[in-house]
Design a binder for this molecule. Structure first.
Ligand SMILES: Cc1cc2nc3c(=O)[nH]c(=O)nc-3n(C[C@H](O)[C@H](O)[C@H](O)COP(=O)(O)OP(=O)(O)OC[C@H]3O[C@@H](n4cnc5c(N)ncnc54)[C@H](O)[C@@H]3O)c2cc1C
Length: 435
């Protein structure tokens, strides 16, 4: 295996320099030779006038779609158009949790498929994404909640997915910081998915960008899509800040901007944009080796490899494109944190940020063809689309290449809203802020 950079043909036929294979051996060699052999992880492509497939949005889903189009379906005449640099959207703003502990059987199968893809992803991409299957532990605080979680865990186990109940004592043993008998909502127990965990989020964007570029796709940064061209009911390309680009298929993978982009094509999506915040504390010694979620309020937490506690809560609950969030939700998250883990009171919060969530009407995502020929939508990920990136990208690539839904994503079509077949994961009704 040659660890050194070599060139690859692009879809346009031009030669492009590859960043070569990453390995411990190469690190060692580069250390000996002054680190002079590294090159850009992905080529900085300039847009061409025409592609077979244009993907709008260089987040996790857009990049993964390009990667799987090239590697699974042999389609390399692809451009990913990103308005900024790669990795600054939600893919680099989330709290990095992966899991497949869903309630609806179709969702369990889809997210479990994604979890399985995470398990082999670093080898496939040849990129260290720090996949850490440390487990996700959901706490419950009432008998009704115990019933609900039990039902969810039973459904998962019926489908061959790991889920196990933990007693109060086992919760305390696993997370000594937890105040089981806190005055507000005592902990009755929890459900653990051992294969859940975290993945370093921006490495996922970089890893897919590198691998997609290497496979032949053009990754075009600083190229904002400002319009969608139509010829009757057929989409024919996009207008961008770097000129018009024609395409046989345009795929929107713009997360919180889905409804705005679809409106450019004259399409109304059942999606609202909301803000979701996250927080990270100063670094401390290891105190938490699982992803922990509070069942009686808005709070979940894990500890990063640098030692900071990464935590968040629910969406702020109003429509926004702001990437900041407001103080009432920050206060609610802090109150819940103090209830469950009083020891955190002595930690300083270092950073806080927000991301724009594409909240669908039923809380489940959309991977779908649209009434407009040549327009595909990957969106509606709500606040759970990071874990879905491998399966979402693969299913979107399948839809583009085969003109038919991937069997594991067939339930995620847009037509479900008109037909009344919504997949209301939380049973919250048609209220995006409540999912
Ligand atoms: C605080 C927070 C915590 C979260 N925690 C989790 C979690 O723990 N687990 C989980 O599974 N999910 C989580 N999520 C949700 C998850 O991050 C998203 O669902 C997912 O990242 C969305 O898919 P994406 O990566 O493709 O989106 P993005 O990375 O947002 O990609 C969309 C891209 O489209 C680009 N774009 C938009 N408009 C245009 C345009 N006109 N032209 C060109 N490009 C455009 C944007 O710049 C952006 O880069 C969280 C989100 C937030 C904000």
């Amino acid at each position: 295996m040659n660890p050194l950079p070599k060139s690859h043909p692009t879809a346009a036929g031009a030669r492009r320099v590859s960043s070569g294979r990453y390995s411990g051996w190469r690190l060692f060699l580069e250390g000996l030779t002054g680190q002079r052999g590294w090159s850009r992880a992905w080529a900085k492509a300039a847009p061409r006038e025409r592609y077979r497939v244009v993907i709008v949005g260089g987040g996790g889903h857009g990049l993964a779609t390009a990667f799987y189009l090239a590697t699974e379906y042999g389609i390399t005449d692809v451009a990913v158009l990103e308005q900024g640099p790669i990795g600054l959207g939600n893919v680099g703003r989330n709290t990095t949790i992966i899991r497949s502990n869903y309630f609806h059987p179709d969702n369990i199968r889809f997210y479990e498929y994604s979890l399985k893809l995470w398990e082999g992803l670093e080898r496939k991409l040849n990129f260290n994404a720090m996949v850490s299957q440390r487990g996700t532990l959901n706490l419950f605080h009432t008998e009704a909640q115990r019933d609900l979680f039990t039902r969810r865990a039973n459904m998962m186990r019926l489908l061959g997915v790991d889920a196990e109940p933990l007693s109060r004592e086992a919760v305390k043993e696993r997370v000594p910081l937890v105040d089981l008998d806190n005055g507000r909502y005592p902990v009755l127990g929890g459900f653990l998915q051992r294969r859940g965990g975290t993945v370093r989020h921006d490495a996922v964007a970089w890893g897919y960008a590198r691998a997609a570029s290497e496979a032949g796709a053009d990754i075009v940064e600083h190229c904002e899509v400002t319009g969608i061209a139509r010829d009757g009911s057929r989409v024919t390309g996009v207008e961008t800040t770097r000129g018009p680009i024609a395409a046989d298929t345009v795929c929107l993978a713009v997360a919180g901007h889905s409804s705005r982009l679809a409106a450019m094509a004259g399409l109304a999506l059942p999606i609202e944009s909301h803000v979701l915040q996250a927080f990270v504390s100063e670094g401390v010694k290891p105190v938490l080796d699982v992803v922990l979620t509070y069942g009686a309020g808005h709070f979940y937490v894990s500890q990063s490899d640098k030692g900071g506690l990464v935590f968040g809560g629910a969406i702020d609950g109003y429509n926004s494109y702001g990437q900041r969030g407001t103080l009432p939700m920050a206060e609610e998250v802090a109150a819940a944190a103090m209830t469950l883990l009083p020891g955190l009171a002595r930690l300083k919060v270092l950073r806080q940020w927000g991301g724009v969530m594409d909240m669908s009407m039923d809380g489940s995502p959309i991977i779908s063809a649209t009434p407009l020929e040549g327009l595909i939508v990957n969106g509606g990920w709500c606040y759970g689309g990071f874990k879905a990136i491998p399966a979402g990208g693969l299913a979107t690539a399948h839809l583009i290449a085969r003109h038919a839904p991937h069997p594991l994503a067939a339930h995620l079509g847009l037509e479900r809203f008109a037909a009344g077949r919504t997949i209301d994961e939380r049973g919250a009704g048609p209220f995006p802020y409540a999912h």
